[in-house]
Design a protein around this ligand. Structure first.
Ligand SMILES: *Cc1c(COP(=O)(O)O)cnc(C)c1O
Length: 398
């Protein structure tokens, strides 16, 4: 680390609650490339943890944000917000009629989804319990910690809010076993992201849907990481045979600005009354302007197709690396959310890649996770693969 990075690191040490462990200071970006404060360039396969669907500083997104910022930045939900209305209209059209409630983050979107489910449950038999899954991830607010069945997320923050029951992902019987007279909903990620890039099987989803029908439960999907095109369709559930009653978006929705949304079946939405939910910044004009530019760019630049095509290319190349490196146990995921399961530490691989000029992240102890922008080029992927390959060699063949 040179002086500049050291200076930042020491400010972190002095002034920031030490919950993050960064090692480089990113100061600019364009497309799938970013530059750090030492002027080193990287291929970014994290895209701000799946937030930058159109890459860094996409001209359409930059234009939308700057124009909106110089017109009106915020007005609040006391007043009509035209951008929010138009964004909700686009999301309704894309999803087949869901109504939107906008938030600032993923956790806040999930909180509100659970609140709506509880409201419905209160009026439908006095039920409130939501079934969630081990290794899932739903955010860091207290209730979403409780919904996130991982010891490292919950430990030391007791007492956890109640109203959640836990089952095993891809195991319908385990869901059946925890359903009781209090159960109101089942909440799941179509692909568990933070939990290790684990995809729900079609049988599991069908089984869960059948249980929802049988017991009059709501099916809630957390598409905060999988949504907005990452898996090759705008929403991951479109590629499954099931349809959620509500689902959440966040990460890539706002093109890098903080924005989340709950998409709600219209009849459930219309059960809510003025004042029941709220958010000061939720659906902020700038964030919504960015979201509109993101949706337009996804369509105009065929980014769903690109995510599928480049994702396939990337996946095949990672699988090919397994021949040279038996330390790679499995490659999994869909579109541009891919996980490379290592026998040993994923963190070592991420660090080695970073030193070589590729940014990626982990998902749990053993999974290296790749979340590039949806518009990443085949060429950038090839460049990245060379570095990933060299980085594996540096670790395993010294
Ligand atoms: C990131 C994430 C969240 C939390 O989103 P925040 O914006 O950090 O609150 C929730 N669920 C899933 C699946 C996520 O990937």
């Amino acid at each position: 680390m040179s002086n500049k990075t050291n200076d930042i690191a020491s400010l972190y040490e002095q002034c920031i609650v030490p919950v993050y462990t960064p090692d480089v200071a990113i100061v600019s970006g364009s497309g799938s490339k970013v530059v750090d404060i030492e002027n080193m360039q990287y291929i970014d396969l994290t895209s701000g943890i799946a937030t930058l669907a159109c890459g860094h500083c996409h001209p359409a997104v930059v234009k939308a944000i700057t124009e909106q910022a110089s017109t009106i930045v915020h007005s609040s939900n006391l007043f009509y917000n035209p951008n929010m209305a138009i964004l909700a209209q686009k999301l309704s059209k894309a999803s087949g009629g869901y109504k939107s409630f906008f938030t600032n983050s993923g956790a806040e979107a999930n909180e509100n989804m659970v609140k709506i489910a509880r409201k419905w449950g209160a009026e439908n038999g006095g039920r409130y319990e939501v079934i969630v899954f081990h290794q899932g991830f739903h955010g860091r607010t207290l209730a979403m910690c409780a919904a996130t069945a991982q010891e490292k997320i919950q430990k030391g923050f007791d007492p956890m809010p109640t109203g959640f029951a836990y089952a095993d992902y891809n195991d319908v019987e385990s869901v059946k076993a925890v359903i009781n007279e209090r159960t109101v909903a089942i909440m799941l990620e179509p692909i568990q992201g933070e939990g290790g890039v684990i995809e729900a099987t079609p049988e599991f989803l069908k089984g869960v849907e059948a249980l929802c029908k049988e017991h009059n439960l709501l099916l809630l999907m957390d598409e905060i990481q999988t949504g907005m095109g990452r898996t090759g369709s705008l929403f991951a559930w479109e590629q499954t045979e099931v349809k959620p009653d509500m689902f959440t978006l966040a990460k890539a929705l706002g093109g890098g600005l903080p924005l989340g949304a709950v998409l709600v079946r219209p009849d459930l939405a219309d059960m809510m009354k003025p004042g029941m939910l709220g958010s000061t910044f939720g659906g902020n004009p700038c964030a919504c302007a960015a979201a509109l530019a993101v949706l337009k760019t996804i369509e105009e630049e065929n980014l769903l197709e690109n995510a599928k095509k480049v994702g396939e290319q990337f996946r095949e190349a990672l699988e090919a690396l397994m021949e040279t490196y038996p330390q790679i146990l499995e490659v999994r995921g869909k579109g541009l959310i891919l996980g490379m399961v290592m026998e040993g530490s994923a963190k070592d691989v991420v660090e080695s890649c970073r030193m070589g000029g590729v940014l990626c992240c982990t998902a749990g102890e053993h999974v290296v996770r790749f979340l590039p922008s949806l518009n990443i080029s085949e060429k950038n992927i090839e460049e990245a693969l060379e570095i990933i390959s060299d980085s594996l060699e540096a670790i395993f063949e010294e």
